[in-house]
Design a binder for this molecule. Structure first.
Ligand code: NAP
Length: 459
């Protein structure tokens, strides 16, 4: 007999907080898959209320208006399971804490909240003996949290590297395909609904950083907060950078990289790095072909080797799939007793400062077009222990785009003309060496402007 028809089975009371892009799709699936979900869980999932800000808004056929409420606090008190799809820090944080203290298990898609207040939430879940699941918070539909937290719990993860923000991937992909500059590609992404009216969290890398902090904490069994993630967004990636990458057989992607770094006991032993920045990667790299708003993530573990996860990292229905997966999981725990995985943070690994990290670099310089300039530039890089992999002349950039990083002109430096632009790709060097080399380059008479500096990864 279906649990829907069995009067001895008490339905599980589900509170849904938020009926926006994701919430509406979750409510649709709860309705359309009602029978199957009840069979999978062993009890019906009954939505007892939907909390929103404005009850007057039209939300379509899958949202029962009689369930809408603006009193989220009262709603969570009545629930066995709470699904938080409001976003933001407050009131989501307080509501989830209250829900767990009251004995409800919680599913959330809220990466910003987890990255900022995850520790408090995990502790509240443990104290109350309830579950806190958040598959949808990282890379939308792509199963990534559960594989890292459960499937790879017996392995040793070394690195997680990927594209976890669909908006910025859409923008960079559009810039690559059409030659558009950042502002035009962003405007198009906004028109098509891939970017929000306020795109700051995406284009400044903050959304990707929140996901990196969650991934690093899970992968390395340690606590990595959003403040531990080095973040650079894509706002200064220019059409010239994209064109330069193309000439070099590369493409620019916003990468989230979290990795275990072990430089030996004297250097501090095992540590963790978490960073988000745009980087050039070779066209042959599997992440290079991740187009539009798709996400892709590599996980490298000692025994498992390399695993790749690919799919839709956002959108109502894909994200709702991950939310429903979590909801079934916490509902089953509720039915059959027991608790899902707790937070694991025993490793307590220190964070590696960005200055100590190493990568290849691409540096574009506008220089005085005169003999000896290349030797002077190479000499400065070499004096900081940086060796050049390739150097080539690039089309000169005129107008306001030239000189993203303006050099301090030394007194008596030569006139700006004639000029040339050069693109240099270095071998792997430390961030601190590159930083001091750039300082020296910026005060060298032959260097007119430092136009661009990007990491080169995935060689
Ligand atoms: P959304 O479209 O903005 O919907 C938010 C919903 O929450 C709205 O229904 C809103 O009510 C309600 N809400 C907001 N603040 C509230 C408050 N103070 N009290 C009561 N209700 C409130 O957001 P979304 O895109 O569905 O995202 C929801 C969550 O999923 C966020 O944490 C987001 O980061 C995460 N997520 C989204 C995606 C995606 O593709 N959209 C992907 C992965 C994860 P009103 O409708 O009345 O304004």
């Amino acid at each position: 007999m279906s649990p829907l028809d069995d009067p001895s089975v008490r339905p599980l009371r589900v509170a849904v907080l938020g009926a926006g892009i994701v919430g509406i799709e979750v409510l649709r699936l709860l309705q359309e898959e009602r029978e199957d979900l009840a069979q999978r869980v062993g009890a019906p999932l009954e939505v007892i209320g939907i909390s929103v800000r404005d009850r007057g808004k039209d939300r379509g056929e899958h949202v029962d208006p009689s369930l809408l409420t603006e009193d989220a606090e009262a709603l969570v008190r009545e629930a066995d399971l709470v699904v938080e799809l409001m976003g933001g820090i407050e009131p989501a944080r307080t509501l989830l804490l209250e829900a767990m203290r009251g004995g409800a298990s919680v599913v959330t898609a809220n990466k910003a909240l987890l990255a900022q207040d995850g520790v408090e939430l995990y502790e509240a879940a443990d104290a109350a003996g309830v579950d806190l699941h958040f598959e949808a918070a990282v890379a939308g539909a792509i199963p990534l949290v559960r594989p890292i937290r459960e499937s790879l719990a017996g392995d040793r993860i070394q690195r997680v590297l990927g594209i976890v923000n669909g908006t910025t991937n859409y923008i960079l992909d559009a810039m690559t395909r059409t030659g558009a500059d950042f502002a035009a590609a962003l405007a198009r992404a906004q028109e098509l609904g891939y970017a929000e009216a306020d795109p700051t969290a995406d284009v400044e890398g903050l959304d990707a950083a929140a996901k990196a902090s969650i991934l690093a904490s899970l992968a390395f069994h340690t606590r990595v907060g959003i403040q531990d993630v080095h973040v650079e967004g894509i706002t200064s990636v220019s059409a010239d950078d994209i064109a330069a990458a193309h000439r070099l057989g590369r493409v620019i992607k916003l990468l989230s990289i979290v990795e275990r770094i072990d430089d030996g006991v004297e250097a501090g032993g095992e540590r963790v790095s978490a960073r988000v920045y745009p980087a050039m990667i070779p066209l042959s790299h599997p992440l290079a072909s991740v187009a539009e708003a798709y996400n892709a993530v590599f996980v490298e573990a000692d025994a498992a080797g390399s695993l790749m996860f690919y799919g839709q990292g956002a959108g109502g229905a894909p994200t709702a799939s991950a939310v429903l997966g979590d909801l079934v999981s916490v509902a089953r725990q509720r039915m059959h007793g027991g608790k899902g995985p707790r937070e694991s943070h025993y490793a307590e690994l220190p964070i590696v400062p960005i200055e100590e990290l190493r990568s290849g670099f691409y540096v574009a310089l506008t220089v005085a077009d005169q003999p000896g300039v290349l030797a002077a530039v190479a000499g400065i890089l070499s004096s900081h222990g940086i060796s050049i992999a390739t150097i080539h002349q690039e089309p000169l950039v005129e107008g306001p785009e030239a000189g993203a990083v303006h050099a301090e002109r030394a007194e008596g430096s030569p006139s700006r003309d004639p000029r040339a632009r050069i693109g240099i790709v270095t071998h792997v060097a430390s961030e601190s060496s590159m930083s001091t080399a750039l300082d020296d380059l910026s005060t060298t008479a032959a260097v007119v402007t430092i136009d661009s500096v990007l990491r080169v990864e995935g060689e």
